[in-house]
Design a protein around this ligand. Structure first.
Ligand code: WQD
Length: 338
């Protein structure tokens, strides 16, 4: 079976994609510098997949590590997750984001070219749509960047598109909407370092009693309850989309796709769903809008359905229940076996 390299494979989306690849019978190798992932995830992935996990500890910025990795294994493709991903941090540290996200892609693709490996799935984001005006959002919507983070993702998309004019690259670009939830075993999930930026891990910390209340960033948007709309997609569905994307590349079919459910959910709707999963009230307070937030982001999932036969299968209830199970097991140190 083809072996796949997952850069940043110890991270949130990467670890779930590793599990999905192994479940689909693919061999896989994780390359990660563990700058934003707890090393214990490797042992938990081994428990989850029932086998040894092939790991290379290193950075996509380290050409020597990449060359040694490509020389020691035969890869049929790469799924490139390794990047910095916090919008707010990117505003404060733009050069670090340019170096890691753009420099990392260039170093990786140069090493891939030298190793004659031409298939790459690239982890992009719906933030490349800026502040859309037409909904649902299709892949033909205008592109713009509203942060250095979004700039790096848009630039990387363009680099891959341009490179494919000169060399036999087969590229899959996946524009994630809002990944949430965790693996049903509770062995892997979102593990933000410090105070979470994102909505669901923040609500989870309130549910654990680690944070006093959820601050709802604005209730004066043009939505039924006044709070902003996002297209939340279960991380297990998103992981499966990567397997289907890779299989399309192995068949020579390049693509650029939105990966979302097509269903908008408001902040207060997410809060209510999480509260139902936990079974008790979770305090929240309406505060002002967060700078840089857009009112609405939700996908037209039609092209992913047409090109990959991909359909999101998990609803809001499972997104919240799986997250709540994960954070409880994480808090208890995954004591019980599975
Ligand atoms: C979702 C909604 C907030 C926290 C970002 C990146 C995107 C991707 C996911 C990298 C918004 C509201 C949030 C809180 C709140 N990252 N919110 N209180 O901003 O849509 O997307 O993260 O791949 O690229 O842009 O996600 O989870 O931060 O916010 O009210 O404490 O929840 O205003 O409406 P976002 P988010």
């Amino acid at each position: 079976m083809p072996r796949i390299l997952l850069t940043g494979g110890a991270g949130y989306i990467g670890s779930h994609t590793y599990a999905a690849l192994r479940d689909a019978g693919h061999e896989a190798t994780i390359l990660d510098d563990f700058s934003n992932a707890d090393p214990s995830v490797i042992d938990r992935l081994g428990r989850l997949t029932g086998g040894e996990v092939d790991v290379v500890r290193g950075s996509v910025l380290d050409r020597d590590v990449l060359d040694r990795t490509f020389a020691s294994r035969t890869f049929d493709g790469v799924i490139h997750f390794a990047a910095r991903k916090a919008v707010g941090e990117s505003v404060l540290k733009p050069l670090d984001y340019f170096e890691t996200n753009i420099g990392g892609l260039i170093t990786l693709t140069q090493a891939m070219k030298a190793a004659d490996v031409w298939r790459i799935v690239f982890s992009s984001t719906a933030t490349v749509y800026g502040e859309p005006e037409v909904f649902p959002i299709s892949e033909t919507a205008p592109l713009s960047h509203t942060s250095p983070y979004a700039f790096t993702k848009l630039t990387c998309e363009n680099i891959l598109t341009q490179a494919a004019q000169a060399d036999p690259w087969v590229v899959g670009i996946l524009r994630y909407f809002n990944p949430v939830g965790a693996h049903p075993t509770g062995l892997i999930g979102e593990d933000p370092q410090g105070i979470p930026d994102n909505l669901m891990p923040f609500i989870a910390k309130v549910a654990l009693g680690e944070l006093p209340e959820l601050q709802v960033f604005g209730d004066d948007y043009d939505t039924p309850d006044g709070t902003a709309w996002r297209d939340y997609i279960h991380v297990v569905d998103l992981a499966r989309a990567h397997v289907q994307s890779l299989d399309a590349l192995l068949a020579g079919r390049a693509h650029t796709l939105n990966i979302g459910t097509g269903t908008p959910v408001s902040v207060l709707e997410m809060h209510a769903a999480y509260q139902a999963a936990v079974g008790r009230d979770l305090p929240y307070r309406i505060v002002g809008r967060r700078p840089g937030d857009v009112p609405k982001l939700y996908a037209d999932p039609a092209r992913a359905q047409q090109e990959l036969d991909f359909h999101a299968e998990h609803g809001l209830e499972e997104m919240c229940a799986s997250s709540w199970n994960w954070v409880q097991r994480q808090a208890e140190g995954w004591r019980f076996n599975s």
